[in-house]
Design a protein. Sequence first.
Length: 171
Amino acid sequence: MNYFLLILSLVFFSSCKKEKGEQLPDKTAIGAYTFGCLIDNDVFAARGRCDYSVGFNFQTNCVESEIDYYGLHLLRIYSRNDYWINNHKVKIYIQVQLDSSETKFVKLVQASLNIEGYDPYSLDTLQNNVFTLEVALNRTVFYGTFTLYLKNKNGQMKILRNGRFDTKKLF
């Protein structure tokens, strides 16, 4: 009888479904304007192109990228989501250098994480940061994955894991 109750309990509790919250965007390569990662096991996701007519700082959930045309070949990826955990505004900024043809990733230049009410986090270059970048559709679509280690001035660390992005170049 005890085995029957144990098995019945296991079946009952294993059938309970956990409600899904925010999920990471799918890995795509179409210029979908998506960005996502895990920050301390919490999902950060931004979707949709930023509308610069209203200004980046006035938008609540968007992704944008641009190329620096001053000979530096820098790709900048901006993302923000104002309704992340406990309604803190969150901005993530990544800057990478491309080769002169703007078709290959050269190096990770900068990354930052800003969470409203906290000291900003910046790239910890002593860690094993991983960043992949692919370029498609005649240098207009940029997509890739990342794991980044960021630290604030007090030495507190944030790890951006399972990161992915898919964006188009701003013309």
